[in-house]
Design a protein around this ligand. Structure first.
Ligand SMILES: *Cc1c(COP(=O)(O)O)cnc(C)c1O
Length: 419
């Protein structure tokens, strides 16, 4: 038996936040994160689902194989698997849960967040097509679009995140897709999805949102009419900095086309990795609630600190997209970006003095990570290009984990004394 869930309504709570509330008979987020798409009975009465660790599947005899071939020709989804790249029950169960969490019909789990983005773009775009991308986005996404897709005759216009006039003006007759993150990295810009979808529909363009920084707890772009959502599952969804994966979520026929091509691209997830993702999803609600709370507490602390020049966090009224974030998100996530009062060396002294955090890329896991984007992501980039994006040497990105906020603040306090 499978449990499928559809819509969860949202309403404002006392503090003006949007909170997901259970519509009649609709389970809440954490219930879905545990049970959606799962079978109730597992072999050997095991409570936990088995890991079906196999690369291929066997057939009883030739008649059994012919039966399967006939079934595959006439049915949308076969009742059994044939070969590991085309499907795996452990992976499938996690895909159903991810689809439910994002309010999609279908989810395709792939081997990394970049595999989700590149797979979606390669399937949706053809030579002569044009796409629009917002500027404050994952560095490798921009590199893929600018260097790689261009070789195949796909043109791209990059517009400033949040500038909806520039976004609409960038749309050409051959524009097929608008791609953006929300919130973006590292400045946490939030795109107004109602306006985005209104523009895209009017101009007959598809929309793809990289929702990694939001998680389905805080935002569900599909509810706004966005066509496709991708996540780096490596981050919040798996949540423990030990698994790499990505997911594409959407509705209807578009997902069927993606599924067919994905089995050809081959960026599949190993069944054991899928099991660990499923395990991570069980605590997604709890972890992200803590990360939302930590993010807000720490952003407020940093904003009032004399050694901090500026803080970017969508939960702060000082953030340019605070109003949008409040309207469309249930929480603001665990990433806070800020500039140290001083130069890059001062930022490095501060980071090196932090004791609870590790210097590492990535975000969304249980443990806190910290980095200087100018070094971690842009070391080999043209400094002028980097500065044009606003990435100064003294910018710090703090990806907050689930530690106690008081301990993180005590750590920040002693480290900021070194600035
Ligand atoms: C990390 C990240 C990616 C890439 O995901 P991988 O799992 O590392 O391939 C894409 N988009 C965003 C917003 C990310 O943070």
């Amino acid at each position: 038996m499978t449990i499928t869930f559809t819509k969860t309504a949202s309403r404002r709570n006392g503090s003006g936040h949007r909170e997901q509330v259970q519509a009649h008979n609709q389970p809440g987020f954490s219930t879905q994160a545990l049970h959606a798409g799962a079978s109730r009975n597992h072999p050997h009465h095991s409570l936990t689902p088995p890991i079906i660790q196999t690369a291929t599947y066997t057939f009883e005899d030739t008649a059994d194989l012919i039966n399967f071939m006939d079934e595959r020709m006439f049915m949308e989804e076969a009742t059994r698997q044939e070969y590991g790249r085309y499907g795996n029950p452990t992976v499938r169960a996690v895909e159903r849960r991810l689809a439910a969490l994002d309010h999609g019909d279908e989810a395709i789990l792939v081997s990394s967040g970049m595999a989700a983005i590149t797979t979606a773009l390669l399937i949706l775009l053809s030579t002569g097509d044009h796409l629009v991308v917002t500027d404050d986005s994952y560095h490798r996404t921009r590199v893929f679009v600018n260097r790689f897709l261009r070789r195949f005759g796909v043109e791209c216009t990059i517009v400033p995140a949040g500038d909806m006039v520039a976004l609409e003006q960038a749309i050409q007759p051959n524009t097929r897709l608008i791609l953006s993150e929300t919130p973006t990295n590292p400045f946490l810009r939030c795109l107004d999805l109602e306006i985005l979808v209104e523009i895209a529909r009017r101009r007959d363009v598809r929309t793809l949102i990289d929702s990694t920084f939001a998680t389905p707890l805080n935002l569900r772009p599909l509810d706004y009419g966005v066509d496709l959502v991708v996540h780096s599952v490596t981050k919040y969804l798996a949540g423990h900095n030990d698994i790499m994966a990505g997911v594409i979520v959407g509705k209807g026929g578009l997902m069927m086309a993606l599924r067919e091509s994905q089995s050809m691209f081959g960026a599949v997830v190993d069944p054991t990795a899928a099991y660990h993702i499923g395990r991570g999803l069980q605590t997604l609600g709890l972890r992200v609630e803590r990360q939302n709370a930590n993010g807000l507490t720490i952003a407020r602390y940093l904003e009032n600190h004399p050694k901090v020049r500026r803080v970017w966090y969508p939960g702060l009224p000082s953030h340019p997209d605070h109003a949008i974030a409040r309207r469309q998100m249930a929480g603001f996530g665990g990433v806070v970006s800020f500039e140290i009062e001083g130069d890059g060396a001062a930022a490095a002294r501060f980071i090196d003095a932090m004791k609870l955090t590790h210097i590492a890329p990535s975000l969304g896991g249980v443990d806190s990570l910290i980095e200087q984007p100018a070094i971690m992501s842009y070391y080999d980039s043209d400094p002028e290009e980097r500065l044009a994006l606003g990435i100064r040497d003294e910018l710090v990105r703090f990806a907050i984990g689930i530690e106690d906020a008081a301990d993180l603040i005590a750590d920040l306090e002693q480290a900021l004394e070194r600035v």
